[in-house]
Design a protein around this ligand. Sequence first.
Ligand code: ATP
Ligand code: MG
Length: 248
Amino acid sequence: MLEALGLCKTFGALRVTNDVSFSLEKGERRVILGPNGAGKTTLFNLLVGELEPTAGTVQLNGDDVTRAGVEARAQMGLARSYQKNNLFDQLTVRENLALAVATATGKSAWFRKDTLKDAEINRIIVDVAAQVALSDHLDLAVESAPYGVRRQLEVGLALATGPSVLLMDEPTSGVGPEMIKAFHTLLKTLPENLTMLIIEHDMDLALDVADRVTVLNYGEVVFEGTPDETRSSPLVEEIYLGGWDSHA
Ligand SMILES: Nc1ncnc2c1ncn2[C@@H]1O[C@H](COP(=O)(O)OP(=O)(O)OP(=O)(O)O)[C@@H](O)[C@H]1O
Ligand SMILES: [Mg+2]
């Protein structure tokens, strides 16, 4: 579905992504672990087309998309949610979702009141809201929504585009244990054929949802394996104890 081959990215003298390769099967859930600054978000930016690699290629469904833009890759079914919220504060939860659906379906690239009169758009909004547990918060203005709701909406916006491959950058960053639990449940209820790549700092959640785990350190893949192999890897433990949970 999604494949990285020898991806490299340098910013000046700084090598942030170093020869990263992996391949995601259809329906696979892969978690990316790694300390702060390991290059996880940069890797996502390369995969979705927000950054161009210095070397290497990205393939989506067998097509080389290395030079394709963000829009083109989105059209091909690739969606991502952001580490930091990327929402329209002045709109409600429903309106944010409506805008995402309208854009993805090519109906409109900006929010208009009649977007909400579109039956197809409404059907998708209700569907996505149920998936991310936002059904009761649809008419909340985003600027007054609690942080947890905003994080859920961030994932909802990516889902609203009907992706086949979903990249999530620390969906639980900054939320409390209750929200992490809710999100854990949410991940388990997403369609089985949805391919997912998730950057996640919460080890329990990560190792429970993952089919495979990739660990990045200083821009390099230093480990790849199953959750069980991850738990028993001295190398992973060493990096982990070095502190990759220092976020908040
Ligand atoms: N546009 C840029 N220009 C220069 N340096 C950058 C740029 N983007 C990222 N970096 C650097 O690349 C390194 C990796 O950053 P990145 O955001 O990919 O890490 P990360 O693994 O996502 O970290 P975190 O866990 O804190 O989110 C960092 O040292 C960062 O400062
Ligand atoms: Mg990051």
